[in-house]
Each structure stands twice: as C-alpha cells, then as structure tokens.
Ligand binder design. Structure first.
Ligand code: ADP
Ligand code: MG
Length: 376
C-alpha cells in the first residue's frame, strides 16, 4: 500500500545566489491524492517551487512538510518523490527496461523485485511491449511514458511533473492529458503538475495554483479560478480567448451607480452595486468572458455596449467576433451561423451576473479589494 501524503509549503522563499528571487512567501497545501496544477507564465517560479518540494533546492526561508513531517532539510532521496522533467532525459545507451530500472538499482533493490516492478508499471502505462527497445526507437509519446514509468517505479509518495508534455505535438498532448489524469486518479498519488498551458491545467487538475512573478495569486478549482478571477492577471491568463477588459468611469444616475464606457451607459451588476458605493471608486475595469456576451442589432438602454465589427473568425464549431469598443478590442465567442460584415455596428449584451469588476490601480477584483481593506 502506498502511503498517502499531503504537501505543505509555509512562507517559502527562494533567493538565488546573485539575489534573483525565484519565489517569495509561498503558502500552498496539496491534499492527499490531489492533482494540483502550478500554472503561470515562463519565469514565474513554477520550476523553482517544484524543485523546492523535491529537495533539489533548499528554501532561503520557510518550511516544507510532507504530511506532519518537516522535510525542509531532507535531501531529495529521502523524500521519496518521483520527478519527471520537461526533457525526460532518458539514458540513450540503455534499453527501456534499464531506463525504468535505473533508480531502483541505485537503491540496491533486489533484481527480482526490480523486474516485477518494472513489468507492472510498464503494463500500466502500456509500454510493456517496448522494454527491449532503445529510446531512439520510440515515438515522443512513448518516450514520455517511459519517463513517467521511471518516476512511478520508485513508488513515490509524491509525483512532481515539470511541463512533462512540452516536447509532444499538440494533438498528442490532448490524448496524453486524458491518460495522465486517469492514471493519477487510479493511483491516487499526490501530484503537482507544472505547466504554462492554461488549457492543460483546467482540463487536468483538481485545483490550480496560479503563480506570477514568484507569488501565488490564486488557488482554486478550475471553475473557481476561471469564473471568479481575483486579479486582472488571472482573468487574462485563463481562457482562449481570454477575458475581455474595458475601462469604465463610474457615474451616478438618480443616485444609482452606472458604468460609462465611451458613449455607453451600462448598469452596474447587482452583485457589485453595494461594493462600488462602498469603495467609492471613480474608475473600474470591466471583465467579461468572450462566451458571456451576446450580439444584438439594436441597443437596449443600460444593457448593451455599442461596437464595430473588426474581423470575423470562423473556427468551425464556433465563430469568434473581434469587435472594437471605444478604441479597445474585445472578442465574442458566438454560434458559427452568425453573419456579420466588417465595420458593421453591433450591440454587445453581456451576462451581467458573470461580469467581474476590477480596481484599475491594484488590478484586484473589487470583492478582493474590499476584503483586504476590511482586514486592515
Ligand atoms: P518557471 O519554471 O516558472 O519558468 P523558474 O522557477 O525556472 O520559472 O524561474 C523563476 C525565476 O528564478 C526566474 O527569474 C529565473 O530566471 C530565476 N532562476 C531560476 N533558477 C535559477 C538559478 N538556478 N539561479 C538563478 N536564478 C534562477
Ligand atoms: Mg520551468
């Protein structure tokens, strides 16, 4: 039986020699058996976080726990983690069998036990027919599975994956991601999956931790981080196309707050009315997902935004309309049957209950800003 292990990072900071800050003040709990994606742009600190968990890097400050055990000072081999890197680095002169067996031989496990484990994990990953081949005789997808098998043969308590699919082509990535998700479920192994690909994180993870410039900006289930972004960064990083942002001035009509976008007056969504008053902001950023806007041919007072069609992109299953509102571009995902011509006037009808309002200064969602102000 596998030991089930949670992973906890408490105020973890890593400053490299020369003063570069890899990550700062990371607090993160990955539950037993959970699949956590660590998502962020290149250079945001994802690999640094993973190597801190693996023990390859030592934190400058903070502590790391596996379950109740403080592993901050433990070397990698005493942490029992399985690590799969971006460029798998299989040993080219070793057959698949020996590649998978290698870490077990380092641990001086008896050869008969090694054979049993290699065959069993190879079967699970459906590469048991390839054990006698060399890495160069395998496709990219097969090599990736060998790297996974090598990490899993150690029967690790925690599986750490650093952009493990970046060497696969786009089509293969989509099929491997379902396999990997399924495998993780079946094994129930605590998994931390580093990726810069938002679609991969949304598709695979139980929860996503978004990281930017060395700090975690939001942790939540895929639907939480997608539907309720805490910052402009999160809204803009998730989704393809990402969330649209429009600058608005806050005005008042008969004592009711309204949003003024260019020549458009828009009601404030009900769930924001009180917050807009309380925070007393003059400007906000209106965030709307491309699938949360309809297109109408006539305006509706306080409900629609006038726009001009800039381009129409038929995508097969759906059509993306690129439109201009008061000098900025927005994208609308709509049904493929829509017929529009360039420069045509249209009226965008957002789903008000889906709108997220942000403070332009801090780029935080108003509810986040309010919570923080209340705490101070
Ligand atoms: P990611 O994996 O998200 O692309 P990294 O964790 O590799 O980002 O890097 C985070 C930051 O730390 C970057 O600014 C990077 O240049 C820096 N960094 C990473 N590794 C080292 C290192 N060994 N020495 C100095 N700086 C590093
Ligand atoms: Mg990296």
């Amino acid at each position: 039986m596998r030991r089930v292990v949670s992973v906890k990072l408490v105020n973890v900071t890593k400053v490299f020699r020369g003063g570069v800050v890899g990550v700062k003040d990371i607090n993160l709990v990955i539950e037993h058996g959970e699949f956590m994606a660590l998502l962020g742009p290149s250079g945001s600190g994802k690999s640094t976080t993973l190597y801190l968990i693996a023990g390859i890097y030592k934190p400058t400050r903070g502590r790391i726990f596996f379950g109740d055990k403080d592993v901050t000072k433990l070397p990698p081999r005493e942490r029992n983690v399985g690590l799969v890197f971006q460029n798998w680095a299989l040993y080219p002169h070793m057959k698949v069998f020996d590649n998978i067996a290698f870490p077990l031989r380092l641990r001086k496990i008896p050869e008969s036990e090694i054979r049993k484990r290699v065959v069993s994990v190879a079967r699970m990953l459906r590469i048991d027919g390839l054990l006698d081949r060399y890495p160069w005789q395998l496709s990219g997808g097969q090599q990736q599975r060998v790297a996974m098998a090598r990490a899993l043969a150690k029967e690790p308590d925690v599986l750490l994956l650093d952009e493990p699919m970046s060497n696969l082509d786009a089509v293969l990535r989509i099929s491997v991601r379902a396999e990997l998700k399924r495998l993780q479920r079946e094994l129930g192994i605590t998994t931390i999956y580093v990726t810069h690909d938002q679609a991969e994180a949304l598709a695979m993870a139980d929860r996503i931790a978004l990281i930017n410039e060395g700090s975690i900006v939001q942790i939540g289930t895929p639907s939480e981080v997608y539907g309720k972004p805490r910052t402009v960064f999160v809204g803009g990083f998730l989704g393809n196309p990402p969330m649209n942002f429009l600058e608005a001035t806050v005005g008042y009509v008969e004592d009711k707050p309204i949003l003024v976008i260019g020549n458009n007056k828009l009601r404030v969504p009900d769930h924001y009315e009180e917050l807009v008053r309380k925070l007393g902001l003059n400007q906000v950023i209106v965030g709307i997902r491309p699938e949360d806007m309809g297109i109408m041919d006539k305006p509706v007072p306080y409900r629609t935004i006038r726009a001009q069609v800039y381009a129409v992109e038929p995508m097969g299953r759906e059509t993306i309309v690129v439109a201009e509102v008061d000098g900025s571009q927005v994208k609308i995902v709509t049904s493929k049957s829509i017929v529009l011509r360039e420069d045509q006037d249209i009226h965008l009808y957002p789903s008000f209950e889906k709108i997220v309002l942000f403070d332009p200064k801090t780029e935080k969602a108003l509810e986040v800003l309010y919570e923080e102000e209340k705490l101070e």
